[in-house]
Design a protein. Structure first.
Length: 87
């Protein structure tokens, strides 16, 4: 009797952990997509050339910044590129 209850509690705990991780993963995917779309638009319309800066390259580092930052992360990348700093 005790082992069945323990198995049920463990199964519920695993299910809750999986749901939590998928929610967090979904948020990271949405952030990455919105941030990269923002950088794509900035590069596509060559908005950086108005300020005399080069386009921002899509590298693994910029993808990571966009994943955790989303649109604000993309804005930080633009501001860094405008100041001459690259990632």
């Amino acid at each position: 009797m005790v082992s069945e209850i323990l198995i049920i509690v463990l199964a519920v705990a695993v299910a809750v952990a999986i749901i939590y991780l998928f929610k967090r993963l979904a948020i990271l995917v949405v952030n990455a997509i919105t941030g990269l779309v923002t950088l794509f638009v900035v590069n596509q319309f060559q908005l950086m050339s108005y300020f005399g800066a080069a386009n921002i390259g899509i590298t693994p580092a910029t993808v990571i910044v966009c994943t955790f930052g989303g649109i604000p992360g993309a804005i930080v990348l633009v501001l860094l590129a405008l100041t001459g700093q690259t990632i």
